[in-house]
Design a protein around this ligand. Structure first.
Ligand code: AP5
Ligand code: MG
Length: 214
């Protein structure tokens, strides 16, 4: 069972690599950030709540996020594997996920931590553009689209995420250091942690990831 968590700071490459891994192993990509952004776009009550945290760079409360992931992991398409991108982000979320995994018989097997120095994270986040239709990520310098401002995959308009500015990024990074970094130790203790150098070119990274997942 390919049940995978991608760990890493904002801009470490979780979303970019998640799309490639999920396509190659044919498993669903579960990004809590994308789920919240979809709810914000559809102006649902969940979206309104999430927006009040995301716009500041703060974490959405654990109970809300855990409930959302539990519901998603219960779906039939997760029975042979899944990839979590951006969840868990706190020890409480990781503990809840252990219980959910046991209850559903869908426990996490692999945790891949993307290691990227902070100066590169800032450059990546401020230069990132995402497709307003399908969410595919680009970078104005590192990964430009073939046609400026348009998604290679679906032709949608490329936009900048509202939380991709330096001020909000500072809060996101401090949340990461305080709440998410402890997960590295948490998963290393149970021998599930694998680290990759997230600064490598994507093709090389995919080779490292394939070697981990087998
Ligand atoms: P979320 O959407 O998860 O954002 P994040 O963790 O801040 O991570 P990012 O999406 O910014 O970065 P990424 O690692 O996906 O990088 P990417 O691949 O795009 O969460 C947003 C918010 O939602 C949170 O702040 C929080 O409020 C809330 N939230 C979500 N989950 C939550 C949870 N579990 N609990 C509580 N709250 C939660 O890459 C970045 C850029 O770099 C791109 O431009 C890309 O083109 C480029 N790039 C990537 N890899 C490479 C490479 N190898 N070489 C060159 N360029 C590269
Ligand atoms: Mg992402």
């Amino acid at each position: 069972m390919k049940s995978i968590i991608l760990l890493g700071a904002p801009g470490a490459g979780k979303g970019t690599n998640a799309k490639r891994i999920c396509a190659s192993y044919n498993i669903p990509h579960i990004s809590t950030g994308d789920m919240f952004r979809e709810a914000i776009k559809n102006k649902t009550p969940l979206g309104e709540l999430a927006n009040s945290y995301i716009s500041k760079g703060a974490l959405v409360p654990d109970d809300v996020t855990i409930g959302l992931v539990k519901e998603r992991l219960s779906k039939d398409d997760c029975k042979d594997g899944y990839l979590l991108d951006g969840f868990p982000r706190t020890i409480a979320q990781a503990e809840a996920l252990e219980n959910i995994g046991k209850e559903l018989n869908r426990e996490v097997k692999y945790v891949i931590n993307f290691v990227v120095p902070e100066n590169i994270l800032v450059e990546r986040i401020t230069g990132r553009r995402v497709c307003s239709k399908c969410g595919a990520p680009y970078h104005i310098k590192n990964m430009p689209p073939k046609v400026e401002g348009k998604c290679d995959l679906c032709g949608g308009d490329l936009i900048q995420r509202k939380d991709d500015n330096e001020e909000t990024l500072r809060t996101r990074l401090s949340e990461y250091h305080q709440n998410t970094m402890p997960l590295v130790k948490f998963y290393s203790k149970v021998n599930k942690l694998h680290e990759v150098d997230g600064t490598k070119p994507l093709e090389e990274l995919m080779k490292d990831i394939n070697a981990i997942l087998g």
